[in-house]
Ligand binder design. Structure first.
Ligand code: 9MR
Length: 788
C-alpha cells in the first residue's frame, strides 16, 4: 500500500535567500571516506518502490520511475514527489535527476529545496521552471547553503494550476555532498522511565531504569521541593530485547503518599515528574472520548463544545466534497475491481447512489470502514455496558451530561449517544432490499485516491466510492447493532427495534453469503487505493461475535446453538498478539462472560476470560517495562498500543469477574507503559505527560504542518511502535527505523502513518481502560461486590 502523507503546500512565501552559489561551475562536492561523494538520497532509483519518498496525490512506480498523476485543474503545489534531506552550511551539493511528463507540459514543474516550520523556499533548482516531455530530461544543479538544515525538503512539484491532466515522473535522483548522514539516534528521554501521568496511592508504582550497571542501583524518590521521601534498591532485569538495552526495575509501591511533581533519581538519571493521586484517571475517562466527537463526519463540530476543534461538516454533499449523501458504487474499470478479479471474484458495482453520510472518520484519513467502525463502537458500548454489570463501576460516570457533545442533556447516557452516531451510519451502510447482496454491509466508503496533508474533511475534493459488501462488515453490523439494541432499549425502543431488525437481517445475509471477503491490497494493481484495505479472509470469529451479541440480546435458542457450535466458543480467543479489528472472537467471549444470560457453560466462559488474563499476566511478568504484550519474535504490530490496550481490557475484565487485585494492579502497570514507562519515555496519549505524542498522523489535527490547525485532542492514543514500519512504505520511518528494537520503532512525526496514526478502534479501548482505572481510583475494591 502506498499512501501520501505530506502537505499540499499552501504558503508560498519566498522569504529565505540563503544560497550563496548556484550552478557554480567547478565546485566539488565533499567526499566520503572511500573517496566517493556522499549520497544523501534514499532509494533515488525507485528500485525499492516509494520507500523514502513522499508523493501525492496519486503516487506509483511506473517503468521503474517514481510518478504522480496530476488531475486537470489541480492547484499550485498540490502534486509533488519529495524527500527530506539534511543540508550543511558551506558544503557544496550536486543534484541530478531525470524527469519527464506524459504528455508534455508547459513550464509547470519546478524543483525546489524548502525548509523550516513554514516551508519557506531555500532554492529553486535549477532557477528555471521545467517544461518536460515524455523524453527524459536531465536536471542538474550545484549549490552551497549558508546555513545548516537538519531536514530540508527536496520537492519536484507542480507549480501552477494545470489545464490538462499529466503524469510527472522522476528517476535516478541523486544529491551528493555534505557529511555521511548521521545514524538515527532516537530521543529516548530520561533513562528513568515512569508513568508520566502518575500512580494511584494504593496502586503499584514501578519504574524502569536503563543502565549499563551490573550491580543493583540505589534510587531515591524526591518531592517537588527536592526533599527525599523514600529510597531503595533497584532490581536487575538483564537486557530487554524489545528495548535493545540493559534494564533494572524500581518498585516504589510501598510509598504511602500523594501529591504532585515527584521525581525519581537513580544512577545519575532523573525521571520525568509525576503525580501520586487518587483521581488520576478521571479526566482521561472524559478526554479519551473527545476524539470520537471531533472525528464525526456529516456534522459541524461546534467550537463551543470542543474548543479549538470547531470545523465545518465534512462530506455532506457540499463542494469540494463529493460525498457522502449520494455515493456511487465502485465504478467498473477502477483499479480496485482488478483486486476482486485477481482474488477469484467478479467486478462489482451498482446503479444508484446511496446516502452514507454520518459516522466517524476512521483515523487520520477521510475513509469510513465498517469493520473498524464495528469494533470501535462495540468497545465503547462495552465500556457503557460495563457500568451496568461490573460490581465496582461508577454507575453515574457515563450518564447523560458527562460529555461535551450536542446530545448532552437529552436524557440518554452520552456514551450511548456517541455510539448512536456510528450505529446510524452503519445502518446506512446496509445494502437495501432489492439490490445485489441485500442485507449485507458495504465494506467501506472512501476516497478514490489518497489525499495529501493537511486537509480538513470539508475540503476533501476526492470522488467517494462505496465498496463491495463483505461478510466481515456484515457481521460487524450484526454484532454491533445487536449489542446496541439491548443498550438502547430503555431509552428509545423504536431505535432498538430498528437495530435488532438490521442485526437479524445482516446475520441472515452473512450466513447466505459466508465468504465474500474484502480483497488484500496489491500495489501493482492498485497503487493509490485512497483507503485502507481491512482485508480479512477468515470470518469465523466475526460470526461467533455476531451470534454472541444476538444471543445476549434475544436469548433465542437458534443463536444460542450457533454460539455453542462455533469453534471459537472453546478456542483460545486471547492470543499474545491481542484481539483486533480482524480477530474479534474476544469481543463475543468477553460479553458472554460479563452480560447476564442463561448460557449453559457460562461459568466455563468466565473461567476462559480469567485464563486469558493469566496468560497476559505471565507475559507482563517477563517484560521489564510492564506491557502485557509479548508477540511472537518480539515483532510489534501496526498499532501495537492497541494490542497492549486490548490485552489490558481482558485483564481488567478478569478483575471485574473475580475482584482479584492482581488483575487491577496489572492493568495499572500496563497503563504505565502507555503513559511513559517505555523505552522511548513516550506518553502515547496526547496531553498526558511531559513527553506526549502530539504530532500524530492526521489530515485535520495537523498543527505541526499548519499552525492554524489544532493538534489531536487531549486523550488521543498514537498507534505506537511498529516493527514493520521501515518496510511499510512509510516515508518518514522508512529511512530511520530499519533494524530498530521493537519499542524504538516509533516516531512522533505527522508523516509517520505506520507508527503514529490515530484511529477510532485504538481510542475505544483507551476510553474503556480510562473508565476502569478511574473506577479503581475511587478505591471501590470491595471483593464482596464481585459475588454474582
Ligand atoms: O490498523 C490497521 C492495521 O492493522 C493494518 O495493518 C494497516 C494496513 O492495512 O491498516 C491499519 O489501518 C489503517 C487503515 O487501513 C486506514 N485508516 C488508518 C488506519 C490506521 O493506520
Amino acid at each position: 500500500m502506498t499512501r501520501t502523507s505530506q502537505p499540499t503546500r499552501t504558503a508560498a512565501a519566498l522569504v529565505v535567500a540563503v544560497m550563496a552559489a548556484t550552478g557554480l561551475a567547478g565546485a566539488v562536492p565533499a567526499t566520503a571516506a572511500d573517496g566517493d561523494p556522499v549520497e544523501q538520497i534514499t532509494n533515488g532509483s525507485f528500485d525499492d518502490g516509494l520507500t523514502g519518498w513522499n508523493a501525492y496525490p496519486a503516487a506509483s512506480v511506473v517503468d521503474g520511475r517514481g510518478c504522480v498523476d496530476v488531475p486537470a485543474g489541480s492547484g499550485p503545489y498540490s502534486a509533488a514527489i519529495t524527500q527530506q534531506v539534511p543540508l550543511e552550511a558551506g558544503e557544496t551539493y550536486r543534484l541530478t535527476m531525470e524527469a519527464l511528463t506524459q504528455p508534455a507540459t508547459a513550464a509547470n514543474v519546478r524543483v525546489v529545496l524548502q525548509a523550516g516550520a513554514d516551508l519557506n523556499y531555500l532554492q529553486f533548482l535549477p532557477a528555471q521552471k521545467l517544461a518536460l516531455t515524455p523524453e527524459p530530461t536531465d536536471v542538474a544543479a550545484t549549490f552551497t547553503p549558508e546555513q545548516d538544515y537538519a531536514t530540508a525538503e527536496l520537492a519536484v512539484q507542480q507549480d501552477i494550476t494545470n489545464a490538462a491532466a499529466y503524469r510527472l515522473c522522476v528517476d535516478d535522483v541523486s544529491l551528493t555532498g555534505g557529511a555521511e548522514p548521521e545514524a538515527y539516534v532516537p530521543d529516548t528521554g530520561s533513562r528513568l522511565k515512569v508513568n508520566q501521568l502518575g500512580y494511584l496511592p494504593r496502586g503499584p508504582k514501578v519504574a524502569t531504569l536503563v543502565t549499563d550497571a551490573t550491580e543493583p542501583v540505589r534510587w531515591q524518590l524526591l518531592r517537588a521541593d527536592g526533599r527525599r521521601l523514600s529510597r531503595g534498591t533497584s532490581a536487575p532485569r538483564g537486557v530487554d530485547p524489545t528495548a535493545g538495552t540493559n534494564v533494572y526495575t524500581i518498585d516504589l509501591s510501598g510509598v504511602p503518599v500523594s501529591g504532585e511533581g515527584f521525581t525519581l533519581v537513580a544512577d545519575g538519571a532523573t525521571s520525568e515528574p509525576f503525580d501520586i493521586a487518587a483521581d488520576l484517571y478521571e479526566s482521561l475517562r472524559t478526554d479519551a472520548k473527545t476524539f470520537f466527537f471531533t472525528n464525526r463526519s456529516g456534522i459541524a463540530v461546534s467550537d463551543e463544545l470542543a474548543p479549538g476543534y470547531g470545523r465545518q461538516a465534512g462530506h455532506v454533499g457540499v463542494a469540494p466534497n463529493q460525498g457522502d449523501v449520494a455515493v456511487p458504487c465502485l465504478p467498473l474499470g477502477d483499479d480496485a475491481q482488478q483486486l476482486y478479479v485477481d482474488q477469484g471474484g467478479q467486478p462489482w458495482t451498482c446503479e444508484r447512489t446511496h446516502d452514507v453520510s454520518g459516522g466517524w472518520y476512521d483515523a487520520g484519513d477521510h475513509g469510513k470502514y465498517v469493520v473498524n467502525g464495528g469494533i470501535a463502537v462495540a468497545q465503547l458500548m462495552q465500556e457503557y455496558e460495563r457500568s451496568l454489570t461490573a460490581p465496582t463501576a461508577d454507575r453515574g460516570a457515563l450518564a447523560d451530561g458527562t460529555l461535551s457533545i450536542p446530545e448532552a442533556g437529552n436524557g440518554v447516557p452520552d456514551l450511548l449517544d456517541e455510539a448512536r452516531w456510528e450505529l446510524e451510519w452503519m445502518l446506512r451502510m446496509q445494502v437495501p432490499a432489492g439490490e445485489q447482496y441485500a442485507g449485507m454491509a458495504y465494506h467501506k466508503v472512501a476516497d478514490a485516491d489518497w489525499t495529501g496533508l493537511p486537509m480538513l474533511p470539508a475540503d476533501d475534493p476526492q470522488p467517494r466510492r462505496l465498496y463491495r459488501p463483505s461478510t466481515a462488515a456484515t457481521l460487524n453490523l450484526a454484532a454491533a447493532a445487536a449489542q446496541g439494541a439491548r443498550l438502547w432499549r430503555p431509552y428509545d425502543a423504536a431505535f432498538a427495534d430498528e437495530l435488532l431488525a438490521a442485526a437479524r437481517t445482516a446475520y441472515a445475509a452473512a450466513q447466505a453469503t459466508p465468504d465474500l471477503y474484502a480483497p488484500a491490497p496489491d500495489a501493482a494493481v492498485d497503487p493509490n487505493p485512497g483507503s485502507g484495505p481491512y482485508d480479512d479472509d477468515d470470518v469465523t470469529d466475526e460470526l461467533y461475535w455476531a451470534a454472541a451479541e444476538l444471543y445476549l440480546t434475544t436469548g433465542e435458542d437458534a443463536v444460542e446453538a450457533d454460539v455453542l457450535a462455533s469453534p471459537w466458543h472453546t478456542a483460545d480467543a486471547f492470543p499474545a498478539e491481542g484481539f483486533s479489528w480482524g480477530d474479534v472472537a474476544a469481543l463475543g467471549r468477553l460479553d458472554l462472560a460479563t452480560v447476564r444470560s442463561d448460557l449453559p457453560d457460562r461459568d466455563r466462559v468466565r473461567a476462559s476470560v480469567v485464563a486469558g488474563a493469566d496468560g497476559y499476566l505471565a507475559d507482563q511478568a517477563g517484560e521489564p517495562f510492564g506491557q502485557p504484550y509479548a508477540p511472537e519474535g518480539d515483532v510489534y504490530a501496526w498499532g501495537s498500543n492497541n494490542a497492549v490496550s486490548n490485552n489490558l481490557q481482558v485483564v481488567a475484565t478478569a478483575y471485574d469477574l473475580t475482584g482479584d487485585a492482581r488483575y487491577g494492579d496489572a492493568v495499572l502497570r500496563g497503563m504505565d507503559y502507555l503513559l511513559g514507562r517505555n523505552a522511548l519515555a513516550q506518553s502515547y496519549v496526547t496531553g498526558y505527560g511531559e513527553r506526549d505524542s502530539h504530532q500524530q498522523h492526521s489530515r485535520w489535527y495537523a498543527h505541526s504542518l499548519d499552525p492554524s490547525l489544532p493538534p489531536p485532542p487531549d486523550g488521543t492514543l498514537a498507534g505506537g511502535p511498529n516493527s514493520t514500519a521501515a518496510t511499510s512504505g512509510d516515508p518518514v520511518a522508512g529511512p530511520l527505523l530499519g533494524g530498530c528494537a521493537a519499542q524504538l520503532c516509533y516516531l512522533d512525526d505527522i508523516g509517520s502513518w505506520s507508527t503514529n496514526e490515530i484511529t477510532v478502534n485504538w481510542n475505544a479501548p483507551l476510553s474503556w481502560l480510562a473508565s476502569f482505572a478511574a473506577d479503581l481510583d475511587r478505591g471501590v475494591q470491595d471483593p464482596a461486590a464481585h459475588r454474582r
